[in-house]
Design a binder for this molecule. Structure first.
Ligand SMILES: [Zn+2]
Length: 164
């Protein structure tokens, strides 16, 4: 993906207030992110690890979603699958992340959840740049291009649910 600036990232968020987007903690090393190998930018709040964020460029426009981690302890011992990149992890490598819905529905407490790589490093797992352990990637006949297109399509689908 193309490198995004801090103002572009803060302006991208769809499901939080402008104030929250202004105050949120961005990755400290924004310029050092492996942009060329990212399908989307995802990070944990360095000061509040139960908060996570993802930003993807969809239809040429950065779109960002605020997420909360639920302490889904029952899941942590088993192998579970990221719904975005289809990498499976054990031991807490996958988290149920919940996004408040955009607009009035979110203010009424409605949210959308999905299982995702806890560190939101889907792009790196898919490219083999980060290893989730033996058996973490299914043997698929898809090319990297097809796999990354699928990841981005899954992100777009999730964002569409949040903004619906
Ligand atoms: Zn993933």
């Amino acid at each position: 993906m193309k490198q995004l600036t801090e103002p572009e990232i803060r302006a991208a968020f769809l499901n939080c207030s402008k104030g929250e987007a202004k105050r949120m903690n961005l990755p400290r090393d924004l310029a050092e992110q492996p942009w060329d190998d990212l399908d989307f930018l995802g990070w944990r709040d360095p000061q509040a690890p139960d908060r996570a964020y993802l930003v993807a460029v969809l239809d040429g426009r950065p779109q960002g979603i605020v997420l909360r981690s639920t302490g889904a302890a029952a899941w942590q011992a088993r192998r579970s699958l990221c719904s975005l990149c289809m990498t499976s992890h054990t031991g807490g490598g996958v988290s149920l992340l919940v996004a408040p819905k955009a607009g009035p529905a979110g203010r009424e407490g409605n949210s959308v959840g999905a299982y995702m790589c806890s560190d939101l490093a889907c792009s790196l797992y898919v490219r083999g740049l980060k290893n989730a352990g033996a058996g973490s990637r299914l043997h698929e006949s898809l090319s990297l291009e097809e796999t990354t297109a699928r990841t981005l399509a899954n992100v777009a689908e999730f964002i569409a649910k949040v903004t619906a």
